[in-house]
Design a protein around this ligand. Structure first.
Ligand SMILES: [Zn+2]
Length: 347
Protein backbone atom coordinates (compact mmCIF):
# COMPACT_ATOMS: atom_id res chain seq x y z
CA UNK A 1 0.00 0.00 0.00
CA UNK A 2 2.78 2.41 0.90
CA UNK A 3 4.28 1.80 -2.54
CA UNK A 4 1.31 3.30 -4.36
CA UNK A 5 1.96 6.82 -5.70
CA UNK A 6 0.51 9.86 -3.95
CA UNK A 7 -3.13 10.21 -5.05
CA UNK A 8 -4.05 13.43 -6.87
CA UNK A 9 -5.79 16.32 -5.08
CA UNK A 10 -8.92 15.56 -7.05
CA UNK A 11 -9.19 12.08 -5.54
CA UNK A 12 -7.24 11.50 -2.34
CA UNK A 13 -9.68 8.80 -1.21
CA UNK A 14 -9.39 6.94 -4.53
CA UNK A 15 -13.12 7.28 -4.96
CA UNK A 16 -14.90 5.70 -7.95
CA UNK A 17 -16.49 8.72 -9.64
CA UNK A 18 -18.35 6.40 -11.99
CA UNK A 19 -20.66 5.67 -9.05
CA UNK A 20 -23.47 8.10 -9.81
CA UNK A 21 -26.62 6.18 -8.92
CA UNK A 22 -27.30 8.66 -6.09
CA UNK A 23 -27.42 11.54 -8.61
CA UNK A 24 -31.12 11.18 -9.19
CA UNK A 25 -32.06 14.59 -10.61
CA UNK A 26 -32.97 14.67 -14.31
CA UNK A 27 -35.97 16.99 -14.62
CA UNK A 28 -34.04 19.77 -16.41
CA UNK A 29 -30.53 20.42 -17.65
CA UNK A 30 -28.19 22.31 -15.30
CA UNK A 31 -26.78 25.83 -15.67
CA UNK A 32 -23.37 26.42 -14.05
CA UNK A 33 -23.46 30.08 -13.04
CA UNK A 34 -19.84 30.44 -11.85
CA UNK A 35 -16.79 29.19 -13.77
CA UNK A 36 -13.56 30.37 -15.31
CA UNK A 37 -13.56 28.69 -18.73
CA UNK A 38 -10.77 30.34 -20.72
CA UNK A 39 -8.50 29.64 -23.63
CA UNK A 40 -5.71 27.42 -22.32
CA UNK A 41 -2.05 27.15 -23.29
CA UNK A 42 1.16 25.36 -22.43
CA UNK A 43 2.25 28.53 -20.65
CA UNK A 44 -0.55 28.24 -18.03
CA UNK A 45 0.88 28.21 -14.55
CA UNK A 46 -0.18 25.05 -12.69
CA UNK A 47 -1.66 27.07 -9.85
CA UNK A 48 -1.91 30.56 -11.26
CA UNK A 49 -4.89 32.86 -11.53
CA UNK A 50 -7.67 31.99 -13.92
CA UNK A 51 -6.93 32.34 -17.58
CA UNK A 52 -5.15 35.25 -19.16
CA UNK A 53 -3.52 33.43 -22.02
CA UNK A 54 -5.46 35.24 -24.71
CA UNK A 55 -4.82 34.61 -28.35
CA UNK A 56 -2.02 32.15 -27.83
CA UNK A 57 -4.37 29.60 -26.29
CA UNK A 58 -6.67 26.91 -27.65
CA UNK A 59 -10.15 25.74 -26.70
CA UNK A 60 -8.83 22.30 -25.64
CA UNK A 61 -9.28 22.78 -21.88
CA UNK A 62 -12.76 24.21 -22.39
CA UNK A 63 -13.73 21.27 -24.63
CA UNK A 64 -12.59 18.76 -21.99
CA UNK A 65 -14.40 20.53 -19.16
CA UNK A 66 -17.67 21.20 -20.99
CA UNK A 67 -17.86 17.63 -22.36
CA UNK A 68 -17.48 16.25 -18.83
CA UNK A 69 -20.02 18.80 -17.60
CA UNK A 70 -22.56 17.47 -20.10
CA UNK A 71 -22.15 14.01 -18.53
CA UNK A 72 -23.39 15.66 -15.33
CA UNK A 73 -26.27 17.41 -17.11
CA UNK A 74 -24.60 20.82 -17.40
CA UNK A 75 -25.60 22.30 -20.75
CA UNK A 76 -24.96 26.00 -20.11
CA UNK A 77 -22.03 27.59 -18.36
CA UNK A 78 -21.34 31.19 -17.39
CA UNK A 79 -17.63 31.97 -17.54
CA UNK A 80 -15.32 34.72 -16.41
CA UNK A 81 -12.59 34.87 -19.02
CA UNK A 82 -10.26 37.52 -20.39
CA UNK A 83 -12.11 39.76 -22.83
CA UNK A 84 -10.02 38.56 -25.80
CA UNK A 85 -11.09 34.95 -25.11
CA UNK A 86 -14.80 35.68 -25.59
CA UNK A 87 -14.82 35.67 -29.42
CA UNK A 88 -12.94 32.36 -29.91
CA UNK A 89 -14.88 30.63 -27.12
CA UNK A 90 -18.20 31.86 -28.48
CA UNK A 91 -17.24 30.77 -32.00
CA UNK A 92 -16.52 27.27 -30.71
CA UNK A 93 -19.30 26.75 -28.13
CA UNK A 94 -22.14 29.10 -29.15
CA UNK A 95 -24.99 29.36 -26.65
CA UNK A 96 -23.42 26.80 -24.31
CA UNK A 97 -21.30 29.61 -22.88
CA UNK A 98 -22.38 32.95 -21.44
CA UNK A 99 -19.96 35.59 -20.24
CA UNK A 100 -19.21 37.52 -17.05
CA UNK A 101 -16.68 40.36 -17.25
CA UNK A 102 -14.30 40.75 -14.33
CA UNK A 103 -13.58 44.46 -13.73
CA UNK A 104 -10.02 44.81 -12.44
CA UNK A 105 -7.08 47.13 -12.84
CA UNK A 106 -3.58 47.24 -11.45
CA UNK A 107 -2.95 49.58 -8.52
CA UNK A 108 -0.83 52.02 -10.53
CA UNK A 109 -3.06 52.07 -13.61
CA UNK A 110 -5.36 55.06 -14.20
CA UNK A 111 -9.09 54.63 -13.62
CA UNK A 112 -9.63 54.87 -17.38
CA UNK A 113 -8.13 51.38 -17.73
CA UNK A 114 -11.05 49.89 -15.81
CA UNK A 115 -13.57 51.94 -17.83
CA UNK A 116 -12.02 50.75 -21.08
CA UNK A 117 -12.12 47.13 -19.88
CA UNK A 118 -15.80 47.51 -18.99
CA UNK A 119 -16.53 49.00 -22.41
CA UNK A 120 -14.67 46.13 -24.11
CA UNK A 121 -16.67 43.56 -22.11
CA UNK A 122 -19.92 45.36 -22.96
CA UNK A 123 -19.01 45.40 -26.64
CA UNK A 124 -18.31 41.65 -26.41
CA UNK A 125 -21.82 41.06 -25.02
CA UNK A 126 -21.33 40.07 -21.37
CA UNK A 127 -24.45 39.36 -19.30
CA UNK A 128 -22.81 40.03 -15.93
CA UNK A 129 -19.95 42.00 -14.44
CA UNK A 130 -17.87 40.74 -11.55
CA UNK A 131 -16.12 42.59 -8.74
CA UNK A 132 -13.52 40.36 -7.10
CA UNK A 133 -12.85 41.81 -3.65
CA UNK A 134 -11.35 39.13 -1.45
CA UNK A 135 -9.35 40.52 1.50
CA UNK A 136 -6.12 39.36 -0.17
CA UNK A 137 -6.86 41.84 -2.97
CA UNK A 138 -6.88 44.89 -0.67
CA UNK A 139 -3.20 45.64 -1.08
CA UNK A 140 -3.76 45.73 -4.83
CA UNK A 141 -6.62 48.21 -4.45
CA UNK A 142 -9.33 45.64 -5.26
CA UNK A 143 -11.85 46.70 -2.63
CA UNK A 144 -15.46 46.19 -3.68
CA UNK A 145 -16.30 49.90 -3.40
CA UNK A 146 -13.09 51.44 -4.80
CA UNK A 147 -14.10 54.74 -6.48
CA UNK A 148 -13.12 53.45 -9.93
CA UNK A 149 -15.36 50.43 -9.41
CA UNK A 150 -18.27 52.62 -8.31
CA UNK A 151 -17.74 54.66 -11.52
CA UNK A 152 -17.81 51.42 -13.51
CA UNK A 153 -21.04 50.36 -11.79
CA UNK A 154 -22.66 53.65 -12.80
CA UNK A 155 -21.43 53.26 -16.34
CA UNK A 156 -22.60 49.63 -16.45
CA UNK A 157 -26.01 50.56 -15.08
CA UNK A 158 -26.41 53.25 -17.76
CA UNK A 159 -25.39 50.70 -20.39
CA UNK A 160 -28.13 48.32 -19.27
CA UNK A 161 -26.13 45.75 -17.28
CA UNK A 162 -28.49 44.10 -14.82
CA UNK A 163 -26.37 41.60 -12.88
CA UNK A 164 -23.30 42.21 -10.71
CA UNK A 165 -21.43 39.32 -9.08
CA UNK A 166 -19.20 40.01 -6.11
CA UNK A 167 -16.64 38.01 -4.18
CA UNK A 168 -16.56 39.37 -0.64
CA UNK A 169 -15.22 37.43 2.29
CA UNK A 170 -13.30 34.18 2.25
CA UNK A 171 -13.49 31.05 4.41
CA UNK A 172 -13.60 31.70 8.18
CA UNK A 173 -10.61 29.35 8.40
CA UNK A 174 -8.43 31.86 6.52
CA UNK A 175 -8.64 34.33 9.41
CA UNK A 176 -6.67 31.62 11.27
CA UNK A 177 -3.73 31.88 8.87
CA UNK A 178 -3.74 34.25 5.88
CA UNK A 179 -5.73 37.08 7.49
CA UNK A 180 -4.51 37.08 11.11
CA UNK A 181 -3.50 40.76 10.62
CA UNK A 182 -7.00 42.23 10.78
CA UNK A 183 -5.67 45.81 10.72
CA UNK A 184 -4.54 45.05 7.20
CA UNK A 185 -7.28 42.72 5.97
CA UNK A 186 -10.24 43.60 8.20
CA UNK A 187 -12.37 41.10 10.09
CA UNK A 188 -14.72 38.83 8.19
CA UNK A 189 -17.73 40.89 9.32
CA UNK A 190 -16.08 44.07 8.01
CA UNK A 191 -15.93 42.60 4.49
CA UNK A 192 -19.72 42.97 4.26
CA UNK A 193 -19.93 46.67 5.17
CA UNK A 194 -18.97 48.13 1.76
CA UNK A 195 -20.94 45.40 -0.06
CA UNK A 196 -24.11 46.27 1.82
CA UNK A 197 -23.53 49.98 1.09
CA UNK A 198 -23.26 49.22 -2.63
CA UNK A 199 -26.47 47.16 -2.64
CA UNK A 200 -28.23 50.16 -1.08
CA UNK A 201 -26.68 52.59 -3.56
CA UNK A 202 -27.46 50.43 -6.61
CA UNK A 203 -30.85 48.78 -5.98
CA UNK A 204 -31.36 48.49 -9.75
CA UNK A 205 -28.85 45.64 -9.95
CA UNK A 206 -29.36 41.98 -9.24
CA UNK A 207 -26.44 41.16 -6.92
CA UNK A 208 -24.94 37.67 -6.84
CA UNK A 209 -22.78 36.87 -3.81
CA UNK A 210 -20.31 34.28 -5.07
CA UNK A 211 -19.49 31.18 -3.02
CA UNK A 212 -22.69 31.18 -0.91
CA UNK A 213 -22.18 34.88 -0.32
CA UNK A 214 -18.77 34.07 1.11
CA UNK A 215 -20.33 32.88 4.36
CA UNK A 216 -21.55 29.25 4.21
CA UNK A 217 -20.31 29.05 7.81
CA UNK A 218 -23.25 31.23 8.91
CA UNK A 219 -26.61 30.40 7.28
CA UNK A 220 -28.31 32.84 9.68
CA UNK A 221 -26.22 35.70 8.27
CA UNK A 222 -27.13 34.65 4.72
CA UNK A 223 -30.82 34.56 5.65
CA UNK A 224 -30.60 38.08 7.12
CA UNK A 225 -28.98 39.40 3.92
CA UNK A 226 -31.59 37.72 1.69
CA UNK A 227 -34.36 39.14 3.83
CA UNK A 228 -32.99 42.69 3.75
CA UNK A 229 -32.01 42.71 0.05
CA UNK A 230 -34.67 41.23 -2.24
CA UNK A 231 -32.33 41.65 -5.24
CA UNK A 232 -29.57 39.48 -3.71
CA UNK A 233 -28.73 35.93 -4.86
CA UNK A 234 -26.01 33.45 -3.92
CA UNK A 235 -24.14 30.92 -6.03
CA UNK A 236 -23.03 27.55 -4.64
CA UNK A 237 -19.52 27.63 -6.10
CA UNK A 238 -16.11 26.88 -4.58
CA UNK A 239 -16.54 23.17 -4.10
CA UNK A 240 -13.98 22.37 -1.37
CA UNK A 241 -15.17 25.27 0.76
CA UNK A 242 -18.85 24.36 0.39
CA UNK A 243 -18.28 20.65 1.05
CA UNK A 244 -16.29 21.45 4.19
CA UNK A 245 -18.71 24.03 5.63
CA UNK A 246 -22.15 23.01 4.34
CA UNK A 247 -21.82 19.36 5.40
CA UNK A 248 -21.64 19.98 9.18
CA UNK A 249 -24.72 22.24 8.96
CA UNK A 250 -26.60 20.55 6.15
CA UNK A 251 -30.01 20.77 7.88
CA UNK A 252 -29.67 24.54 8.42
CA UNK A 253 -28.55 25.10 4.83
CA UNK A 254 -31.36 22.92 3.51
CA UNK A 255 -33.85 25.01 5.50
CA UNK A 256 -32.27 28.25 4.23
CA UNK A 257 -32.46 27.25 0.56
CA UNK A 258 -36.00 25.91 0.98
CA UNK A 259 -36.99 29.24 2.57
CA UNK A 260 -35.50 31.19 -0.38
CA UNK A 261 -35.58 28.72 -3.29
CA UNK A 262 -35.58 31.46 -5.93
CA UNK A 263 -32.34 33.01 -4.67
CA UNK A 264 -29.68 30.31 -5.15
CA UNK A 265 -27.73 29.43 -8.30
CA UNK A 266 -25.73 26.28 -8.99
CA UNK A 267 -22.04 26.97 -9.61
CA UNK A 268 -18.76 25.05 -9.52
CA UNK A 269 -15.97 27.68 -9.77
CA UNK A 270 -14.12 25.30 -12.10
CA UNK A 271 -11.12 26.87 -13.81
CA UNK A 272 -9.72 25.52 -17.08
CA UNK A 273 -5.96 25.20 -17.19
CA UNK A 274 -3.60 23.36 -19.48
CA UNK A 275 -2.62 20.03 -17.96
CA UNK A 276 -5.58 19.60 -15.61
CA UNK A 277 -6.77 16.01 -15.69
CA UNK A 278 -10.34 15.10 -16.66
CA UNK A 279 -10.71 13.77 -13.12
CA UNK A 280 -10.13 17.26 -11.72
CA UNK A 281 -13.22 18.56 -13.53
CA UNK A 282 -15.22 15.43 -12.68
CA UNK A 283 -14.40 15.77 -8.97
CA UNK A 284 -16.03 19.20 -8.73
CA UNK A 285 -19.14 18.31 -10.75
CA UNK A 286 -19.52 15.08 -8.78
CA UNK A 287 -19.15 16.75 -5.36
CA UNK A 288 -21.44 19.68 -6.18
CA UNK A 289 -24.28 17.47 -7.38
CA UNK A 290 -23.74 14.98 -4.58
CA UNK A 291 -23.87 17.80 -2.01
CA UNK A 292 -27.10 19.37 -3.24
CA UNK A 293 -29.27 16.52 -4.44
CA UNK A 294 -28.32 13.45 -2.40
CA UNK A 295 -28.02 12.35 1.19
CA UNK A 296 -24.68 10.67 0.41
CA UNK A 297 -22.31 10.62 3.34
CA UNK A 298 -18.64 9.78 3.29
CA UNK A 299 -15.17 11.25 3.17
CA UNK A 300 -14.89 14.00 0.57
CA UNK A 301 -12.68 12.77 -2.27
CA UNK A 302 -11.00 16.20 -2.69
CA UNK A 303 -7.88 17.22 -0.76
CA UNK A 304 -8.58 20.15 1.57
CA UNK A 305 -5.71 21.85 3.39
CA UNK A 306 -8.18 23.95 5.39
CA UNK A 307 -9.70 20.90 6.97
CA UNK A 308 -8.31 20.17 10.42
CA UNK A 309 -9.60 17.09 12.11
CA UNK A 310 -8.49 15.89 15.53
CA UNK A 311 -8.12 12.39 14.11
CA UNK A 312 -5.41 12.50 11.42
CA UNK A 313 -6.91 9.38 9.83
CA UNK A 314 -9.76 11.62 8.66
CA UNK A 315 -7.83 13.20 5.85
CA UNK A 316 -10.74 15.09 4.29
CA UNK A 317 -14.04 16.48 5.60
CA UNK A 318 -17.11 14.30 5.64
CA UNK A 319 -19.37 15.22 2.73
CA UNK A 320 -22.96 15.18 4.01
CA UNK A 321 -25.48 15.77 1.24
CA UNK A 322 -28.24 18.36 1.73
CA UNK A 323 -30.76 16.50 -0.46
CA UNK A 324 -32.84 19.44 -1.63
CA UNK A 325 -36.39 18.63 -2.77
CA UNK A 326 -36.81 18.22 -6.55
CA UNK A 327 -38.89 21.39 -6.89
CA UNK A 328 -36.09 23.38 -5.23
CA UNK A 329 -33.35 21.70 -7.28
CA UNK A 330 -35.17 22.63 -10.46
CA UNK A 331 -34.90 26.30 -9.47
CA UNK A 332 -31.31 26.17 -8.20
CA UNK A 333 -29.96 24.05 -11.06
CA UNK A 334 -31.79 25.72 -13.93
CA UNK A 335 -34.73 28.06 -13.59
CA UNK A 336 -33.21 30.79 -11.41
CA UNK A 337 -30.16 31.20 -13.63
CA UNK A 338 -32.22 31.15 -16.82
CA UNK A 339 -34.57 33.78 -15.42
CA UNK A 340 -31.77 36.11 -14.27
CA UNK A 341 -30.02 35.83 -17.62
CA UNK A 342 -33.22 36.69 -19.46
CA UNK A 343 -33.44 33.27 -21.09
CA UNK A 344 -36.70 31.37 -21.21
CA UNK A 345 -37.26 29.03 -18.27
CA UNK A 346 -37.59 26.00 -20.54
CA UNK A 347 -34.78 24.61 -22.64
ZN1 LIG B 1 -14.54 32.11 -9.25
Amino acid sequence: MSDSPQPPESNVTRHDYARREHLRYSATPILDFHTHVTMTALSDKPDGPAGGTGHEGTTAGAETMLALGREFGVTQTVTMCPVQDIAPLRAKFGDALLFNGMINKKLDEPDAVACKLLDDFLAAGVHIIKLWAAPRGRERGLTVDAPWRVDCLRRASNAGVRIVMVHVGDPDAWWGHTYTDTDKFGTKAQQYEPFVRLMREFPEFIWVGAHMGGDPEHPDHLAALLEEFPQLYFDTSATKWQVREISPRSAAVRALICDYPDRFLFGTDLVTRHGLTPEHYVSRYWCQRTLWESDWQGPSPIADSDYKHPNPANETPTLHGVRLPDAVLRKVYWENGRRLLGLSAGS
